[in-house]
Design a protein around this ligand. Structure first.
Ligand code: ADP
Ligand code: MG
Length: 457
């Protein structure tokens, strides 16, 4: 075992240039090398990729990776290739020729890592079985997508368990950056981790506490006050991210900051891809100090020296807040995370819930044709279609109960964020409690220690 771990360390050094595994990675890597099924919960930026990529390198066989988004796959494959790891992705965005070449390479055993979506997984699994090259390891990245109680449920993720069964229960590692205890149980159940004889389940949950981050909330009394407070929080020339809820607000805030002498730019999904790339590039190379962004700004942002993350208004979930705020201080140095909060900020998210989960009566009227769809907003039509596919025609009470519970879970997240903003309690304790972690001492928040003097009171 230790010689295998030693070999993994030298692969880490050779391919990634890192001298050692991080303290939270080491036990995960050991468990994977020992052949167990593993659930690894490490905060975003904690280094989850290495936990399956290095064992894949060490094993000389294929690691099949399930990932929710094509952009994530491309990011990871690009990173792996640049490190000299034979990697590819198989997804719906490939032309037939490339798809064929990719599967041929995997079937010949020429790949160490093959990324795919849950939708394509059954097909990939069958092709690998037929080629006599079943994967040695299955990695499920962003595994919280499995759970209806997670903040990012993806129905197709629930089928991975059945594919595991069809593949003869390959060793599996599930990874996520945000799983509450209920979501963790769900991941283990749905994937059937540790269910095979002779293989145990090992759960590794790293601490989510980031001692160098200071957390604060600024109470806002009127809309114009947001801009005043924001300007006070930003220091010219310092790297910062400002998150705002809509494209329009992002544009307006970026303009305002530029007018007051900040090198700022907007970032949202409505921009041309070239412009987005350019903004990201200038931010990463310090030619731009402030990015004002919607939640679309996230993937692949791993800039070490961000000193402040300000939220113009509350995000809908503690997961989103902690992940976005956590883009501050990746270099380990002190950084400040501030949420601007005005009573009523949650209303936007509650309205969104009525779009994501339309009333049952409206849905049934739409499905039966009693309701003219052209009189319903497109966003609601989209939700109706999504739920129709999920629940199927003539679905029973169980289906509706499930959807109702999912909506309740989303409401609970909004309430949790409201309480975070409004309660006069240690911010860090509240955030970490959401992830099932009990804090013994706060390393700095507006309730426990004044700004600029991080450390326990
Ligand atoms: P996650 O998936 O947990 O959000 P990533 O796998 O994307 O995190 O890794 C986050 C960053 O940490 C990357 O820049 C990665 O190169 C870096 N990293 C991972 N492992 C180590 C290590 N052992 N030493 C130093 N840096 C590491
Ligand atoms: Mg990751």
């Amino acid at each position: 075992m230790d010689s295998r771990y030693g070999r993994a360390r030298s692969l880490l050094e050779r391919h990634y240039g890192f001298p050692d595994f991080r303290p939270a990675q080491a036990p995960v890597v050991r468990s994977v090398l020992a052949g167990h099924d593993v659930l690894a919960v490490l905060p975003t930026g904690g280094g989850k990729s290495v936990c399956f990529q290095v064992p894949a390198l060490a094993s000389d066989a294929l690691c099949l990776v399930v990932s929710p988004l094509i952009s994530l796959m491309q990011d990871q494959v690009g990173g792996a290739l640049s490190r000299g790891i034979a990697a590819a992705a198989f997804h719906s965005g490939l032309d037939d020729a490339t798809a064929g070449q990719t599967m041929a390479a995997a079937s010949r055993g020429a790949l160490r890592l093959l990324y795919t979506s849950p939708e394509r997984l059954p097909r990939v699994a069958r092709a690998l079985q037929a080629a006599g090259r079943p994967p040695a390891l299955l990695a499920v990245d962003e595994a919280h997508c499995i759970s209806e109680w997670g903040h990012d449920f993806r129905r197709e993720f629930r089928t991975i368990g059945a594919v595991r069964d069809a593949m003869g229960w390959p060793q599996t590692v599930a990874l996520t950056g945000s799983a509450t205890p209920a979501v963790r149980r769900d991941i283990v159940d749905v994937l059937g981790l540790g269910r095979t004889a002779g293989r145990q389940l090992r759960e590794h949950v790293a601490s989510f506490d980031r001692a160098n981050l200071w957390f604060g909330v600024e109470r806002i009394r009127s809309e114009p006050e947001r801009a005043v407070v924001l300007r006070r929080l930003l220091t010219r020339g310092q790297s910062a991210i400002v998150y705002a809820p809509t494209r329009k607000s992002v544009e307006a805030i970026a303009l305002l900051l530029r007018q007051t002498g900040h090198a700022a730019a907007p970032y949202h999904a409505g921009l041309e891809p070239d412009d987005r790339h350019d903004i990201l590039d200038r931010f990463l190379t310090d030619h731009l100090s402030v990015v004002v962004a919607t939640s679309a700004f996230g993937m692949g942002i791993d800039k070490p020296g961000v000193r402040a993350v300000v939220h113009w208004a509350m995000p809908p979930t503690p997961e989103a807040y902690y992940q976005e705020a956590g883009r501050a201080g990746r270099d380990g140095r002190a950084a400040v995370c501030t949420l601007l909060a005005r009573p009523g900020d949650a209303a936007l998210h509650r309205r969104q819930l009525t779009v994501t989960f339309p009333a049952r009566r409206l849905l049934e009227a739409l499905w039966s044709g009693r309701q003219d769809p052209s009189r319903v907003p497109p966003s609601i039509r989209e939700s109706a279609e999504r739920l129709r596919q999920e629940l199927g025609p003539g679905c029973g009470t169980a289906g509706w109960t499930r959807v109702a519970r999912r909506r309740q879970a989303a409401e609970h997240r909004i309430r949790t964020m409201e309480r975070y903003a409004m309660r006069r309690r240690c911010r860090r304790r509240q955030l970490l409690a959401w992830f099932g972690e009990e804090l013994t001492a706060c390393a700095g928040c507006d309730r426990c220690s004044p700004r600029g003097r991080p450390g326990p009171p």
